[in-house]
Design a protein around this ligand. Structure first.
Ligand code: IMP
Length: 427
């Protein structure tokens, strides 16, 4: 048995794809356990760059079985497009396994995501508008449609009819939109079901069997800890549980099936969408990070908000995920700074908070307490071992380990596969 969970410890986009790539050689099965096509993993393999939104990164490796677990919400049209695009680039998606229990993102979810955001006005969440929240809401309300429903026309028609009775009323009467067309959706989604039929299976059993055989299973988190529905900066979060604990429910394994938990963090911090961000940098520094780090969303193309590494949030994430190690990505992006800030505590109404505050007002209104570290003032993309890094960069990594309370195993120094430094053996 060897389960590894890979989780983002900030607000997403930490570069999880690159770490999956690093682990891929010894991985037999890669499982997505939450989220949907709101995610975006960019992986650079040789000269090829792949941006995957829904298909697990394991698809890129012949020896890996890619799995979409029951905790994921699936837009079948997007999934099929992604599979077609991969086929066109010579990657065979036939090994993809999809849980029959995964919920389906329906056209009315997309429409509701858009109109709800518009309705919220300046209080909007800044969602990816992919229908994620409305699909998870229907799942919790027990009126959702699951992938297995697409395989039986009668069941699907009944469930669709029930859902549309309410959805079309909400769309037309509350939001003043046009209703969605039942016949059109039924035909389209039954066709999707047919095209995906051979992939739909009991993925929890498949994953358990792999673990029983001693195979390495990677549970690939999408989004990140600070976007977790229960533990993130609610309501500016996604509607699922990206934390390592979410892998159990979302993939259908027990807590004892996961022994290694890798937290991925950028050497600085970014977030997209609305919500508090105590260590957000001033515009000049943020612009340097945006340009040096190419901080534009893989999924929406939105420019990301940029700031300094937040060690308070890092400690919180280390605790929530019981991290066994940290991987620091994009260390090279900090090369242009003479001095690098790290947020080590928050201050609110004269009080200092070293742990993540229990009340939202504190987090919303706090000011960051920074410690400054000397920059290294030179290109580090050529570094391949710890000794190749300037001493200031090594000290920075040590500070991150110390402040977060988790050992750093790797630090990436560029987007290419080999642009990475092994920091220490952890396991
Ligand atoms: P939703 O997941 O589309 O409902 O969006 C909810 C919040 O999560 C918004 O602030 C999004 O910007 C954010 N979000 C969702 N997916 C990602 C991601 O993959 N990276 C970064 N932020 C994300």
């Amino acid at each position: 048995m060897s389960g590894t969970a890979l989780v983002g410890i900030q607000w997403g986009d930490e570069g999880k794809g690159k770490v999956t790539d690093l682990l891929a050689e010894h991985t037999h099965c890669v499982v997505r356990y939450q989220g949907g096509n709101n995610a975006g993993h960019t992986i650079v393999v040789g000269d090829e760059k792949y941006a995957l939104h829904l298909v697990p990164t394991g698809i890129l490796y012949e020896h890996c079985t890619p799995v979409i677990g029951p905790g994921v919400v699936i837009d079948p049209g997007v999934l099929l497009d992604e599979m077609t695009a991969l086929t066109q680039r010579g990657i065979d998606p036939s090994s993809l396994k999809i849980s029959g229990n995964a919920h389906v993102i329906m056209p009315y979810h997309l429409e509701l995501d858009k109109v709800t955001e518009r309705f919220l006005g300046r209080n909007r969440l800044g969602t990816t508008k992919r229908g994620i929240g409305p699909a998870y809401a229907d799942k919790a309300a027990r009126i959702g449609i699951r992938m297995q429903d697409l395989l039986e026309e009668k069941i699907f028609s009944t469930k669709l009819k029930v859902a549309l009775k309410e959805k079309n009323l909400v769309l037309t009467r509350v939001f003043g939109r046009l209703p969605v067309d039942e016949t059109e959706i039924r035909e389209q989604y039954i066709e999707y079901g047919e095209r995906l039929r051979s992939h739909i299976t009991d993925t929890a059993l498949l994953v358990q069997r792999a673990l029983d055989k001693g195979e390495n299973v990677l549970f690939e988190g999408a989004q990140a800890t600070m976007l977790d529905l229960d533990h993130g900066t609610y309501p500016f979060v996604t509607s699922s549980n990206p934390i390592a604990g979410g892998a159990c429910a979302g993939a259908g394994v027990g807590p004892r099936d996961i022994e290694r938990i890798i937290g991925i963090t950028k050497s600085y911090c970014t977030r997209v969408g609305s919500g508090p961000f105590p260590s957000e940098a001033d515009p000049a520094d943020a612009e340097v990070l945006v340009e040096a780090g190419g901080e534009y969303g893989t999924t929406t193309g939105r420019k990301r908000r940029c700031g300094w590494f937040d060690a308070v949030a890092g400690r919180y994430a280390a605790r929530l995920n019981t991290l066994t190690e940290l991987v620091v990505t994009k260390l090279d992006v900090l090369s242009s700074f003479e001095s690098i800030k790290v947020c080590t505590a928050y201050r609110y109404e004269g009080e200092r908070y070293e742990e993540f505050p229990p009340h939202q007002t504190i987090f919303n209104k706090c000011t960051p307490v920074y410690e400054e570290f000397p920059g290294w003032g030179g290109d580090i993309t050529g570094a391949r071992s710890l000794d190749d890094l300037p001493k200031e960069a090594r000290s920075y990594l040590e500070a991150v380990e110390e402040l977060v309370g988790s050992p750093v195993s790797w630090a990436s120094v560029g987007p290419e596969r080999d642009e990475i430094v092994h920091v220490r053996d952890v396991s």
